[in-house]
Write a new protein. Structure first.
Length: 353
């Protein structure tokens, strides 16, 4: 099959790591004659905003709609406020394309040292609610710059929104022979929205009697992530809680340089979008030392979504071979290689699969 992929490299290290992901996808074409990828690049980044006053053209979403998937780098540039780069580009894509599942594997690959010294395997999936929740633009500010100044930021939790992500998490657990789903909540203190969250999850859980539901307050759960990460299988969390938990999870399994994600539209009415969980990393941008593994692994999640788990597995085992060999690594993993050297080395491994 031929897959049409929209590529939005973005800012900072986004283009560097996305280049390496495209190289790896192209190398897969040599493994399998029946597999073909076509890329179309979109230059929607902060520079585009500075020239055009918007992050993407008015018909940007229409331009993306017909693609099989989107590979996204990262946005964020000191010259453009983050609320513009995020709310005018990433958020419209996630929301309009109903990518309400953000899947973030927390998996310690072979060859990665965890800061946790007990050496236990870490391998679980976090599903973060991606379309509503705490990241809402409802609210406002009053009495600006006066002593009584205040801000109100509303959270939107809907029964349908929670039920659909809970169902996705339980279905994933069932398909992958997992025994339980863990819900992140805070209904002891956030008594309206998080109570609805709990009730909606509990209702879905009833249909899956072979899978247990456990629920923890987010503060305790953060501690358990560090104390016993091996005990988790599938975690379901709201937008904000999932965002924080997955950066914490990433730190347990090698850091942001090796942590992928997918923004999934389960109904497949629209393209899904795949991106490393990290941002544009201005502190290392332009130095050619960003770790491309997170973005290459995100491309593997994309292939899994497109129905090629075999090719996805080939990428992940190639990454593991390079990590285990330990010779061509970027500085975040203790090496001194460049972004493209790591990408080239992974391509070599892919060709041996
Ligand atoms: P960040 O993820 O860009 O960087 C955090 C730290 O991790 C930095 O020290 C960076 O050097 C390091 N890091 C990140 N990716 C790395 C990689 N591939 N290899 C090696 N080291 C890596 O987060 P930060 O600094 O909070 O945000 C920077 C900009 O990125 C902001 O403008 C922010 O809004 C934006 N951002 C964009 C996201 C997106 O496009 N989806 C997600 C997160 C942040
Ligand atoms: Mg984040």
């Amino acid at each position: 099959d031929t897959y049409q992929i929209a590529v939005i490299p973005g800012d900072g290290i986004g283009p560097d790591v996305t280049n390496e992901a495209m190289k790896v996808l192209e190398a897969l074409q040599e493994l399998d004659d029946a597999f073909e990828v076509n890329f179309k690049l979109f230059d929607w980044r902060s520079e585009y905003y500075l020239q055009h006053g918007q992050m993407m053209p008015d018909n940007g979403l229409d331009q993306l709609r017909e693609f099989d998937a989107i590979l996204f780098g990262a946005v964020g540039d000191a010259r453009v406020p983050d609320e513009i780069s995020i709310w005018q580009l990433i958020m419209p894509i996630r929301k309009q394309f109903q990518q309400y599942i953000n899947m973030r594997p927390i998996k310690k690959l072979a060859g990665i040292d965890s800061p946790l010294k007990n050496g236990s395997p870490i391998d679980f999936m976090v599903f973060r609610e991606n379309a509503e929740g705490e990241y809402s633009n409802i609210g406002g500010r009053l009495y600006q710059e006066q002593p009584q100044e205040m801000a109100i930021q509303n959270t939107v939790i809907t029964r349908q929104g929670v039920e659909r992500i809970a169902k996705y998490a339980f279905e994933y657990a069932k398909k992958n022979n997992k025994t339980k789903v863990t819900s992140a909540t805070k209904s002891n203190a956030i008594i309206h929205s998080m109570k609805l969250w709990d009730e909606a999850i509990e209702k879905v859980a009833v249909d899956y009697e072979e899978i247990a539901l456990e629920s923890y307050f987010i503060d305790a759960l953060a501690a358990y992530f560090v104390m016993r990460p091996e005990s988790f299988e599938v975690v379901v969390a709201s937008n904000l809680f999932g965002d924080i938990l997955t950066d914490l999870g990433a730190a347990l399994v090698g850091g942001l340089g090796v942590s992928p994600s997918g923004n999934i539209n389960p109904e497949r009415n629209f393209p899904s979008m795949f991106e490393a969980i990290h941002g544009s990393a201005p502190d290392i941008a332009g130095k050619g030392i960003a770790n491309p593994i997170a973005q290459i692994w995100s491309a593997a999640l994309m292939l899994e979504h497109l129905g090629r788990p075999d090719l996805a597995a080939a990428i992940v085992s190639s990454i593991e071979n390079v990590l285990q060999e330990g010779e061509v690594l970027t500085p975040d993993l203790g090496g001194n290689s460049t972004t493209s050297e790591v990408g080239d080395r992974i391509v070599e491994e892919v060709k041996k699969q």
